[in-house]
Design a protein around this ligand. Structure first.
Ligand code: CMX
Length: 136
C-alpha cells in the first residue's frame, strides 16, 4: 500500500484566524477554504503547497480529539495524512502488520475524502491518517 503522496499535514492551533494570518503573511500562501467538520469537532483551514496541503485545525469542543490534544500537549503537528488508493485494502494490510486501527472502516472527512486513522501507540507516536479521494 504505497502512498501516492502526503495529502496533508494537520496542525492543531488555538486561534485559527491568527494562524491563517501567519501562513498568508510569512509564506504568502492563500487560504483556499475554511470548513467546519462537526464529526471531528474541528474547524479547518486549508493551504496548498505543491501536492500537499497544510490543514490548520481549531477545536470546536474541548472534549474533541484536537481539543484534548491542545490541552495536553499545546499547539503543534497533530497528524500526517497519506493519500492511498483502495483505502479498505490499505486498512486490512495495516491491520495484518499489527497497526491498531482507530477506524476499522473509512468514514467521510474534510474535503469529502474517505479517511481512517491509525492509533499513535502503534505507529511510533505519530497519529497517521490514510485518505482516498473517491470523487475524482
Ligand atoms: N499524536 C500523537 N499522540 C497522540 C495524539 C496525536 N495527535 N493524540 C493523542 N495522542 C496520545 C496521547 O498523548 C496519549 O499518550 P499517553 O498515553 O502517552 O499520554 C495517547 O495518545 C492516548 O491519548 P488519550 O488522550 O488518552 O486519548 P484520546 O481520547 O485523546 O484519543 C486518539 C487519542 C488519537 C485515539 C484520538 O485523538 C482519535 O481518535 N483521533 C482520530 C481523529 C482525529 O484526530 N480527528 C481530528 C482531525 C480531523 C481532521 O483531519 O479533519
Amino acid at each position: 500500500m504505497k502512498p501516492t503522496h502526503i495529502e496533508h499535514i494537520g496542525i492543531a492551533v488555538r486561534d485559527l484566524e491568527a494562524s491563517i494570518r501567519f501562513y498568508e503573511k510569512v509564506f504568502e500562501l492563500k487560504c483556499y477554504k475554511i470548513e467546519d467538520v462537526p464529526d471531528q469537532k474541528v474547524r479547518s483551514a486549508f493551504f496548498l503547497v505543491g501536492d500537499t496541503k497544510i490543514e490548520l485545525l481549531e477545536s470546536t469542543d474541548p472534549e474533541g480529539p484536537v481539543g484534548k490534544f491542545v490541552e495536553k500537549r499545546g499547539e503543534g503537528i497533530h497528524h500526517i495524512a497519506f493519500a492511498v488508493k483502495e483505502i479498505e485494502k490499505c486498512l486490512r494490510h495495516a491491520e495484518d502488520h499489527g497497526v491498531v486501527l482507530i477506524d476499522k472502516a473509512p468514514r467521510k472527512g474534510a474535503e469529502k475524502l474517505d479517511i481512517a486513522f491509525f492509533h499513535p501507540k502503534s505507529t511510533s507516536g505519530v497519529l497517521i491518517e490514510v485518505c482516498e479521494d473517491k470523487n475524482v
